[in-house]
Design a protein around this ligand. Structure first.
Ligand code: AHR
Length: 500
């Protein structure tokens, strides 16, 4: 199969916001406890944070990190996680039927972020709580000094404010599983009031209102419309969440998950712009795609509902998906979709980061390692700089059960002025695809080098016993002749090409 791309420096989608490469850390399973925080681990500092994990998180290149949930936040009391650690209460975590020890809270997490070099993106609880508690948290976090809560923060050891800019107004409030789930009208009214009041405390805030927790939700579309009718003037972003998995051995549809993500984004943009038109507003709402990944949710659903009243474990092994090469290629395809919408998707969070549907895994007392999905993320975060280019793609197709005929190749491109970076996914499950890219409109390009993820076994994984089984490989077919790049992509592969 063949595919041809044409790129021109004048045809652009938009600047790539660094927040597109965000992450997500939830109090869930072994994400925090026995994940990033393991006092006594040989690499842990006096703060209990594992340095080997910190190094991998840095290498991954995550920018803003959303915290503390997720479903967890909808029954969380942020005050439980501040003040002297020995006095912190143990609480029921209703979302994941676990015990929350509160050994890590806002201060500790910010200290960890300072070590990692990432920005904090905070979610408030709009499930069991509301306006008052959200206001108290903004005051605690962002007011310099001289008020009760600001001074309590200082007494708790943090002289300078946290200065959190980006805030999520609850989590997945459209989902019946969410503690405190509401309908769109009730949530929209609440979110509008909370947003307005939070801005009275700090007018620099950037606010994310909950969109649908999936494109397949029965309320998708009308939820966004109703919520934005209430909140349009009060918020900056609406969230999207999407998880994909291979089902019934249908690898072709799974690899094409980016087709679904493209449609999801286009539909949310259309809905937001419809509300904009109705309101005669000059403002455009952006998308915060603040949960996305491959997640074998069917495995989790099979486990659910098995807990009893006397069974509230601390840091159980939950949602510990082990990712294959095919999963990594799909993640690469989803990143391509995000880049192709860089004008409207200006924040995104890979869900999640460590142990829980994560690119990084750890063993208590043992090593930390990179899952296959680590690589497309880290390579894209590193290479996708500057501006996303509009890609004109002329490609053969593959047939998928779920999406019909789809282009055999998914492609995105960025430029920082001097160089061009390509991101390519071959969705063909059995055959290579040769891609040509017309780059003649770019001056001074002389070389091309390609790196990617593929394997004779698309189901190969990294594991505790074989942590380096899958790693990026050099694709030595890349050639640049008279401004035209040629590269051959193996079947089921994701590749990035640097043209300089
Ligand atoms: O990421 C796991 C869960 O998925 C999050 O807690 C929730 O927001 C979503 O349903």
């Amino acid at each position: 199969t063949r595919a041809h791309l044409t790129l021109h420096p004048a045809f652009r989608v938009g600047d790539v916001d660094r927040r597109l490469f965000g992450g997500f850390v939830e109090h869930l399973g072994r994400h925090i406890y026995d994940g990033i925080h393991e006092p006594g681990h040989p690499t842990a500092g006096p703060d209990g944070f594992r340095r080997d994990v910190i190094e991998l998180v840095k290498e991954l290149g995550v920018t803003a990190i959303r915290y503390p949930g997720g479903n967890f936040v909808s029954a969380y009391r942020w005050e439980d996680g501040v003040g002297p650690v020995a006095e912190r209460p143990r609480r029921l975590d209703l979302a994941w039927h676990s015990t929350e020890t509160n050994l890590v809270g806002l201060h500790e997490f910010q200290e960890w972020l300072d070590l990692v070099g990432s920005e904090l993106m905070l979610a408030v609880n709009l499930g069991t709580r509301g306006l008052q508690e959200a206001l108290e948290l903004v005051e605690y976090a962002n007011v310099p000094s001289g008020t009760a809560r600001a001074d309590r923060r200082r007494a708790n050891g943090r002289e300078e404010p946290f200065g959190v800019r980006m805030w999520c107004l609850g989590n997945e409030m459209d989902g019946p599983w969410q503690v405190g789930h509401r309908d769109a009208g009730d949530y929209g009214k609440l979110a509008s009031q909370v947003a307005k009041a939070m801005r009275l405390v700090d007018n620099r805030l950037q606010l994310v209102v909950c969109g649908s927790s999936g494109r397949g939700m029965p309320t998708f579309g009308s939820w966004e419309r109703t919520v934005l009718e209430h909140t349009y003037d009060d918020v900056d972003y609406i969230s999207c969440h999407a998880y994909y998995q291979e089902t019934d051995g249908d690898l072709a549809s799974f690899l094409a998950s980016g087709v679904d993500m493209d449609a999801f984004i286009d539909e949310v943009v259309a809905t937001a712009d419809h509300v904009r038109a109705v309101k005669r507003s000059g403002k455009r709402i952006q998308i915060s795609f603040d949960e996305w990944n491959v997640w074998y949710m069917s495995r989790w659903n099979a486990q659910e509902g098995t807990h009893t009243i006397d069974d509230w474990p601390v840091a159980p092994r939950l949602l510990e998906d082990v990712y294959s090469v095919a999963d990594a290629v799909t993640v690469g395809g989803l990143l391509i979709s995000l880049l192709n919408h860089a004008d409207r998707v200006t924040s995104a969070s890979l869900a999640q980061l460590v142990n829980v549907i994560a690119p990084i895994m750890t063993e208590p007392g043992g090593p930390a390692w990179r899952q296959t999905t680590f690589f497309p993320f880290s390579l894209t975060s590193k290479a996708a700089r500057g501006t996303a280019l509009a890609v004109t793609l002329d490609a053969g197709t593959v047939t998928t059960a779920r999406y019909g005929e789809v282009p055999v190749v998914a492609a995105a491109a960025t430029t920082d002025g001097g160089t061009v970076q390509l991101f390519l996914q071959n969705r063909d499950t059995t055959a290579p695809t040769t891609v040509t890219v017309d780059l003649r409109a770019f001056a001074g390009l002389t070389s091309a080098s390609a790196t990617g993820i593929w394997d004779d076994d698309p189901y190969a994984v990294n594991s505790l016993t074989e942590p380096d089984r899958v790693a990026p490989r050099t694709n030595d077919t890349a050639r640049l002749d008279d401004g035209v790049l040629t590269v051959t992509l193996p079947p089921v592969s994701w590749t990035t090409v640097a043209v300089a």
